[in-house]
Design a protein around this ligand. Structure first.
Ligand code: NAP
Length: 298
């Protein structure tokens, strides 16, 4: 019998991809969406066979009804505390009422279990929800994909194609950074959602690449030698981010505030995925760094 997987956040960038992958694998996908969700996004999900249930997200009984027959909830919602903590708690309450056995929270980031609380605001929100869900009986799997490599295209200090520069903090020229494409993350997540024996934590990476290796691959693709910048010590970077945060109170209400972007980069240079689960499921293919960089480095 086909499994029913409930996806929250299916209208989002990642959630849409996860829903597609689940359907490819023969699952029945039920998306719970809020009343204000864009109808065009709902129609595009319906067109690929997703069942849409419009729900008042403050009503855990309604969520429980939506969870009937569901074997796993996949959450790919995005937001601050009202979403990552409050909304996910609400979805979890509905799932527990309905007796859903498994839950994949909207972690989809670097493995924050190895990081110090307080260093990354958005990871702290995930940590708070993790603490809550781990007090319940539901079986949980967190997927840690590192960073979506899209940031390599955005001319950040790590890779700036416009200025032809590559940067690193501290002495981390050869430090490998974890990147997983959104498509690879979605394909892996669909496998996990259908695997009743999935463990608590799964680290993945399409590719792990150091700034030094980025230099080499950019050279191979473009024939150009980008300037390599040693940016500052990691301690100075942390102090800079702290100052940036203090000076930007409005950023507390922004998902990707400037200081948050710094915190993501700081996290990438202070933790690594050392126990990759890439080979847990057969038939997945992982995007290489060279293939990814070739999309925009010419
Ligand atoms: N590792 C990385 O580099 C990286 C980068 C980006 C994102 N992420 C993570 O990936 C996950 C998905 O992100 P995304 O970029 O796909 O997000 P997105 O495109 O912004 O989509 C967010 C989804 O959450 C839903 N949502 C938000 N607030 C809601 C609320 N109050 N009630 C109900 N639904 C709500 C949205 O529904 P509506 O359609 O109704 O708005 C939408 O379906 C998140 O955990 C995000 O932090 C990771």
């Amino acid at each position: 019998m086909e499994k029913i997987i409930l996806v929250a956040g299916a209208t989002g960038n990642l959630g849409n991809r996860i829903s597609r992958e689940l359907i490819k694998k023969g699952a029945h996908v039920r998306a719970i969406v809020r009343t204000s969700t864009d109808s065009v996004k709902m129609e595009s999900l319906k067109a690929i066979g997703v069942e849409i249930v419009i729900i008042d997200m403050s009503d855990s009984d309604a969520i429980a009804n939506g969870c009937e027959g569901v074997t796993c909830v996949v959450s790919a919602v995005a937001g601050l505390g009202d979403v990552i903590i409050d909304l996910q708690k609400q979805i979890l309450a509905g799932a527990l009422k309905a007796g859903v056995p498994r839950f994949i929270p909207s972690d989809f980031c670097t493995d924050y279990t190895q990081l110090i609380p307080g260093e990354n605001r958005n990871f702290d929100l995930r940590r708070a929800f993790r603490k809550h869900i781990d007090t319940t009986s539901i079986q949980v799997t967190s997927i840690f994909n590192g960073c979506f490599p899209d940031i390599l295209m955005y001319n950040t200090p790590i890779l700036n194609v416009k200025e032809k520069s590559i940067g690193y903090w501290g002495d981390k020229l050869n430090w490998k950074l974890d990147f997983t494409t959104m498509d690879d993350t979605a394909a892996f997540t669909a496998e996990v959602a259908l695997d009743d024996a999935a463990p608590r934590n799964l680290q993945i990476a399409s590719f792990q690449i150091s700034p030094a290796k980025i230099f080499e691959e950019v050279k191979e693709l473009s024939g150009e030698e980008y300037k390599i910048n040693q940016l500052s010590s990691l301690d100075n970077f942390a102090a800079y981010i702290k100052k940036q945060r203090t000076e930007d109170p409005a950023g507390e209400n922004e998902l990707y505030a400037k200081f948050q972007q710094g915190q993501y980069m700081y996290s990438m240079f202070t933790t690594q995925h050392t126990d990759l689960a890439n080979n847990c499921y057969q038939g997945l293919s992982w995007t290489s760094s060279l293939a990814y960089l070739s999309r925009f480095v010419k």
